[in-house]
Ligand binder design. Structure first.
Ligand SMILES: [Ca+2]
Ligand SMILES: [Ca+2]
Length: 94
């Protein structure tokens, strides 16, 4: 699946959208207590699975950037911003 992004004919924007969608899926999978919200601990686990060496840092920044209502959790509608941040940081889904 990830090889699709390596295909030169595929436009970069398409690749970005694809990767952000996959990242969103990964984040959703890390909602371990299924409350529809990602806590900082769940974010840490997600970034850990994405290969972050110090997952607490992207978890902290991601929460800071994407938590627009300030409740300390990433909700469904805040996932887009989180995925954008993760993609910008170079996290990709294998
Ligand atoms: Ca949760
Ligand atoms: Ca929030």
């Amino acid at each position: 699946m990830a090889q699709a992004c390596a295909v030169k004919s595929l436009k970069l924007t398409q690749c970005t959208v694809l990767n952000e969608e996959k990242l969103k899926q990964i984040f959703k999978e890390h909602d371990k207590n299924n409350d529809g919200l990602l806590s900082k601990a769940e974010l840490k686990a997600a970034f850990n699975s994405l290969g972050s060496i110090i997952p607490s840092i992207p978890a902290f920044i991601g929460l800071f950037l994407a938590d627009s209502n300030g409740d300390g959790f990433i909700g469904e509608d805040e996932l887009n911003a989180l995925a954008k941040y993760a993609h910008k940081m170079g996290y990709t889904v294998k």
